[in-house]
Structure formats: structure tokens, C-alpha cells
Design a protein around this ligand. Structure first.
Ligand SMILES: Nc1nc2c(ncn2[C@@H]2O[C@H](COP(=O)(O)OP(=O)(O)OP(=O)(O)O)[C@@H](O)[C@H]2O)c(=O)[nH]1
Ligand SMILES: [Mg+2]
Length: 308
């Protein structure tokens, strides 16, 4: 792809946004690649890198700003507040994504997508994902599917496209690696047209250190999927909570009955079991009522959007 590619979108209307933290090995090459494809609006939001990433990016002609807080999420929130172009391509600066794949994202936006996700899991190069990362990603994608009813194949991708209109609808608060989950959940909530395009995913350059802690960040991401589902899909959230509560009640109940069969009666524990099971069943009622409220709210919002 090059500058004379037949896009209907003017390249001047596109901002290439790269969040970076200590990516001195790869940032120069990435900026060069985008320049050679005809992109001139390149924004790097740097997390006070200690390895000279910011000055390398400046030398290469990118606009560089320092993030005011901490975490990839905070850098993204800050960038979304200042980007003026109509289209935003977000790409990690660690050299695991190819600038050359950008046309796939732009074409999807040209055909009407409000948000495009580059699917890493469709075509990962050998060694790009550790077995733990691959399985973790698969599990989190499935959990997201259960929670939101949208079976997306790569909710955690770092190569994405947005329109300005989409960004204006997202309420983002997560400062760390939970941000991609929040972006995806907000897009689903706002019924934004999400398109998935398969992209190439490469291993990190040798010596470049990941900032992601697969276990700790994986659990944080799982927690945020469930937490955000409370407002977006109460049927899932309260059914899950209700199911777990009833299960605890049943386990204690089995113990109580077992003891009773041996001639030992636990009156208090039996009462507690009943209470726990009844609370669990009440949560299922909550789930149905919450689902009704959310459905009504969605319908109202659709109507308000139409009026707008
Ligand atoms: N501005 C900023 N960028 C960050 C921060 N943490 C990570 N990044 C950048 O966000 C992008 C993704 O970070 P990675 O460490 O590659 O995380 P990942 O891609 O989820 O994990 P890997 O699969 O191990 O590469 C990279 O370009 C990082 O430099 C941060 O605190 N601030
Ligand atoms: Mg990475």
C-alpha cells in the first residue's frame, strides 16, 4: 500500500496513534513504515520512557506528548481527548503489528464500521503468543461473549481503528491494560458497528520487555469483564452471582443432610443454608428484572439516537 492507494478517506483525516513505554528498538521503524505509506499525522503518547523512545519518535517526525498519568489506558484516554482527525488508527509501538496491514482497518471503516479490531489470533506468527497468552486470550474472549452476547475473536488487540463519532460515545475510565476490554464493552453497549479483520501478529523484538503481566493482568481483565456486565448484561451478571450463591447453599446443605443422616442435627446451619439458597434464587429474579430495565433503556436510547 502507498500514498496513491484508492482510499475514499483522505490520509490527512487519519491519525496514527501509538502509545509507548520503552520501545526504543521498534518505534523508529514503525514511524518510518507509516510515513512511507503516506501517513503524516503520527501521534506518540509516551509514558516517560527511560530508553529515549520519545526523542527517537520526535526525530522521526512524529508528534510526541508525554502522558500525564500512568498506564496504557491513561495514555489512550489522554490521546482520545486531543486527537482532532476524523479517523484514528491505534497501534502498539512494540513492533508486533505491521503498518502494512493498516489498509485492512481503513477499508473496514470506509465500509461503515465505527470500530475495527485487528484480530491477532487469526494469524499469529510462531512465537508471537506464549501458550499461556494464547489460552488466556481465548478464555477472556469467551467470557466476554457470555457476558455481552458478542462473540468477538480478539477483544484485547492493540491494533484498532475508530471514527471520531465512536470515540465521542465511549466513556473510558480504565488506566491499565483493562482499557481494551473497556473500549470493546463500551462499543457493544453503544451498538457501534464493530468489524474484525485478520492481521499479522509478530513476536516482540529480542530484548524488548513486555509490560504485561499475563496472570495478574489476565485476572484484572476477567474481573472488569464481569464488573462491566452488571450494567450492560444484568441477566449474565446476576445469574452468575445467583448461581454461585445457590451452589454454596447446596454444598452446605449436602453437609447438613449428611450429618442429619448420621443423627447429628445442625439447626443454625440448616437455617443458614435455606437463607443462602433463597438469596441466590432472588438474584435470578434480579437478573430478569435487570434485563428488562436494560432492554427498555436500549430501546429508549435507540429512539433518542434516531431523533438526533
Ligand atoms: N504511554 C504508555 N504506553 C504503554 C504503557 N504500558 C504499555 N504501553 C505501550 O502499550 C503497548 C502495548 O504494551 P505491551 O507491553 O506490548 O503489552 P501487550 O501487547 O498487551 O503484551 P505482549 O503480548 O507481551 O506484547 C506498547 O506499545 C507499550 O509500549 C504505559 O504505561 N504508558
Ligand atoms: Mg505487545
Amino acid at each position: 500500500m502507498n500514498s496513491d492507494t484508492n482510499f475514499t478517506i483522505d490520509l490527512q483525516e487519519i491519525c496514527i496513534f501509538i502509545p509507548t513505554l520503552n520501545e526504543c528498538n521498534t518505534i523508529a521503524g514503525l514511524i518510518d513504515d507509516f510515513h512511507s505509506l503516506g501517513f503524516s499525522n503520527i501521534l506518540v503518547v509516551d509514558g516517560h520512557s527511560k530508553d529515549g523512545t520519545a526523542s527517537i519518535a520526535k526525530e522521526k517526525g512524529a508528534t510526541v506528548i508525554m502522558q500525564t498519568g500512568k498506564g496504557k489506558g491513561q495514555a489512550i484516554i489522554q490521546a482520545f481527548e486531543i486527537i482532532e482527525q476524523e479517523y484514528i488508527i491505534m497501534i502498539d509501538g512494540d513492533g508486533t503489528y505491521l503498518a502494512n496491514d493498516v489498509h485492512l482497518l481503513i477499508e473496514a471503516m470506509e465500509s461503515g464500521a465505527g470500530h475495527v479490531i485487528g484480530d491477532r489470533l487469526a494469524n499469529p506468527a510462531k512465537g508471537a503468543l506464549t501458550p499461556l497468552n494464547f489460552i488466556g486470550n481465548k478464555i477472556l474472549n469467551k467470557l466476554f461473549g457470555f457476558a455481552y452476547g458478542e462473540w468477538l475473536t480478539d477483544i484485547l488487540s492493540g491494533y484498532r481503528g475508530f471514527t471520531r463519532d465512536t470515540i465521542s460515545q465511549l466513556v473510558l475510565t480504565q488506566e491499565g491494560f483493562e482499557i481494551e476490554t473497556e473500549i470493546t464493552a463500551e462499543c457493544v453497549k453503544n451498538e457501534i458497528d464493530i468489524k474484525i479483520v485478520p492481521i499479522t501478529y509478530l513476536p516482540r523484538a529480542k530484548g524488548a520487555i513486555t509490560k504485561l503481566n499475563p496472570m495478574a493482568d489476565g485476572f484484572k481483565i476477567g474481573r472488569i469483564i464481569i464488573k462491566m456486565a452488571r450494567n450492560n448484561n444484568p441477566l449474565f451478571y446476576f445469574s452468575l452471582m445467583g448461581g454461585m450463591t445457590v451452589l454454596i447453599g447446596i454444598i452446605i446443605g449436602i453437609y447438613v443432610v449428611n450429618e442429619w443422616l448420621k443423627g447429628i442435627t445442625h439447626n443454625l446451619l440448616a437455617m443458614l443454608t435455606t437463607l443462602i439458597i433463597i438469596s441466590g434464587i432472588q438474584m435470578f429474579v434480579f437478573a430478569i428484572m435487570g434485563d428488562l430495565i436494560v432492554s427498555l433503556h436500549r430501546e429508549t436510547m435507540r429512539y433518542v439516537k434516531k431523533l438526533k
